[in-house]
Design a protein around this ligand. Structure first.
Ligand SMILES: Cc1cc2nc3c(=O)[nH]c(=O)nc-3n(C[C@H](O)[C@H](O)[C@H](O)COP(=O)(O)OP(=O)(O)OC[C@H]3O[C@@H](n4cnc5c(N)ncnc54)[C@H](O)[C@@H]3O)c2cc1C
Length: 599
């Protein structure tokens, strides 16, 4: 192929979700002369960001302060967040959300015309901006239409990135399969930003879209970058049984309550504050139990299950989320999507019935290790969004901080990757050719596997089952070791995976196999990190080590891929600036504080 036919850009963004699009805009604005490529395995508007419902946190009201948002985030993280990163994040957040409005995001408003905010779990004050309960849709749309303004941006929609190209100690592009033709092509660049989203699909029951398979983490990991804090998996307390479809936390933010099979607001037993009567005018403005952090609420469900206080259904046990007292008008104006989802996927109308819910894997705190500038340890490689771990989320992310993270760190990654590319030499195409050939050979091997081998669907089912068994809400050494052993075995079996479809055009069978390969890789890193963190913190609960152990584990875990392909875990100190580790209280003293500051 002649040099003219080569696909080449200054900056390549892998991922067309909120983080990827925000990054691309930042590159275009920072250096308008740079050429930008965006590779996305789905059309960008189908990225998972579109599914976000509840909202986006940033300080905007007079009764709120950066200090409060920082503290909530740090205590919510169980002190595992890097405090310098959180400070910067909170500082930059309002500017980014106002910028989104200028790009067309229709924030919901108060009667006065001011931006409206709603309460969200673990936040002491109301600071979550929202666009009804379709926030992600509007945010992604605003970013997407803004991207269209820049002629310097070229999109590769429905291209699947498979591997990073690395030479001379820096990242110089990736290989990607054009799904329409099945052709694997190199796309060269001076710098690369990975923004491929999360990986909830390694678990059987998740709110995550089918595309969330962690490909970006796996390709960075294979290129020698560490995966950080992988053991921290967020369960959201309110998913619909069966489908795992999310019933947004905004339903509790608006005043919804959780009840067990005795009709009790059972969270009163879990040190999350006192239940306010539903007719108390301060409900739900005062942060009550239902607006505790997600890890605590999900753990309380398991305890209720053990006590026999949950309902049983064809899709497992569940409790009730009751929003009936909000009334039809409020539900239709503030939570229309919740009503639509409950009707279509739960067969019930929340105006007159309670919604059955149970914890469901929702978000991954861990990801590609980056610094506060969104840079990885590999020069020229940046990461932002759910695939990255800066870390501002630590051991438990607060709801509505993630969408904000996409734009704050997406923009940072874009600016920094732009500056790197501006000063860098072009990719050394000649020297990278053999890596491209190796990747073609790897994919050909999968396509040409003799029939009669392992089935993708079966391996995938076994993987998700063992993840739930050993790395779910509560974990033990024995359980995690068993999961690790099962995953190692599955990886061996993947070597003889056998496809039904061996053609080139839109070969989804092949893509599922590649995704499975990546999921097995990062699941092993997750299991190894969970095995080695012998304490309980945030979403990582070890029944054999029930206490938080700051003496040994006020540290991030870092999983590096060893020479034999297995993860090697080490630890790095958390950055503490002003907030020494304390206990996470969500009880009455917090409510008293909120009562004096809430409008
Ligand atoms: C149902 C739901 C509701 C949520 N609600 C909220 C909320 O209200 N507030 C909040 O703060 N957070 C919320 N979250 C979390 C938040 O939405 C996500 O963390 C965030 O949207 C992730 O954005 P992202 O840009 O990192 O990745 P995504 O939006 O997932 O985009 C990933 C992109 O990477 C591309 N990609 C992946 N692999 C490849 C590959 N191999 N090759 C090429 N391209 C690839 C995909 O095509 C896609 O474009 C919610 C999450 C879910 C699942």
């Amino acid at each position: 192929m002649s040099a003219v036919d080569q696909l080449q850009h200054d900056v390549l963004v892998i991922g067309g979700g909120g983080a990827g699009l925000r990054a691309a805009i930042a590159v275009a604005q920072e250096h308008p002369d740079l050429s930008i490529g965006i590779v996305s395995k789905v059309y960008p508007m189908r990225s998972h960001t579109v599914a976000a419902e509840g909202g986006m946190a940033a300080v905007i009201k007079d009764n709120d302060s950066a200090e409060d948002h920082i503290y909530d985030t740090i205590s919510g993280s169980d002190w595992l967040a890097d405090q310098d990163a959180v400070e910067m994040f909170v500082e930059e957040a309002p500017r980014e959300l106002i910028q989104l409005e200028h790009w067309g995001c229709p924030w919901s408003r108060e009667a006065t015309g001011h931006v409206a905010v709603r309460p969200f779990g673990g936040m002491k004050l109301q600071r979550t901006w929202f666009a009804t309960d379709k926030t992600g849709f509007h945010v992604l749309h605003s970013l997407f239409q803004t991207c269209l303004q820049f002629p310097s941006i070229t999109r590769y929609d429905e291209w699947f990135a498979t591997k990073l190209l690395v030479d001379d100690g820096r990242c110089q592009g990736c290989t990607a399969i054009e799904l329409r033709t099945g052709q694997l092509r190199p796309i060269y660049a001076k710098s690369v930003i990975i923004a491929t989203g999360g990986f909830g699909r390694i678990f059987p029951f998740t709110t995550n879209g089918a595309i969330k398979t962690g490909d970006g983490l796996a390709i960075a990991y294979r290129a020698g970058v560490a995966l950080k804090d992988m053991e921290f998996v967020q369960y959201h307390p309110t998913g619909l049984p069966g489908t795992g479809i999310l019933i947004t936390e905004a339903s509790r933010g608006e005043g919804g309550v959780l009840r067990n099979n005795k009709g009790e607001r059972y969270l009163a037993d879990y040190d999350l504050g006192e239940p306010l009567p539903l007719d108390d005018p301060r409900h739900p403005q005062l942060r009550t139990m239902e607006l505790g952090p997600r890890d605590r609420l999900s753990q309380a469900f398991i305890k209720e299950q053990e006590k026999g206080n949950t309902y049983s259904g064809p899709y497992g046990d569940y409790v009730h989320l009751d929003i009936q007292h909000l009334g039809e008008h409020r539900i239709d104006t503030k939570l229309p999507f919740v009503r639509e989802l409950a009707r279509n996927y739960g067969g019930i109308d929340p105006v007159t019935e309670s919604i059955p819910v149970r914890p469901v894997v929702h978000y991954m705190m861990g990801g590609i290790d980056t610094d506060i500038e969104a840079a990885t340890s590999l020069p020229g490689l940046y990461a932002a969004g759910e695939c990255a771990c800066v870390s501002i989320n630590g051991a438990n992310r607060l709801g509505s901080n993630s969408l904000t993270e996409l734009v704050v760190f997406g923009a940072r990654a874009g600016r920094n990757a732009a500056n790197f590319a501006h000063a860098a030499d072009p990719a050394a195409i000649d020297r990278l050719e053999s890596q491209v050939d190796d990747e073609r050979a790897r994919i050909r091997r999968i396509l040409e596997q003799p029939s009669g081998g392992e089935r993708v669907a079966e391996l995938r089912r076994d993987m998700t089952t063992t993840m739930e068994e050993g790395a779910g809400i509560y974990r033990t050494q024995e359980g995690i070791e068993q999961t690790y052993a099962t995953l190692s075995d599955l990886r061996e079996r993947f070597g003889s995976v056998d496809l039904d479809d061996r053609t080139n055009v839109y070969n989804t069978d092949l893509i599922s196999a590649l995704e499975l390969d990546y999921m097995l890789e990062i699941s092993l890193a997750l299991a190894a990190s969970a095995r080695d963190r012998t304490e309980s913190r945030g979403s990582h609960q070890r029944t054999d080590h029930p206490d938080r152990d700051d003496d040994h584990f006020l540290k991030h875990s870092l999983a590096m891929r060893g020479d034999d392909g297995t993860p090697e875990v080490s630890f790095r100190d958390v950055v503490i600036t002003k907030w020494p580790p304390g206990s996470r209280t969500y009880g009455s003293s917090d409510q008293a504080k909120a009562a004096t500051t809430e409008s």
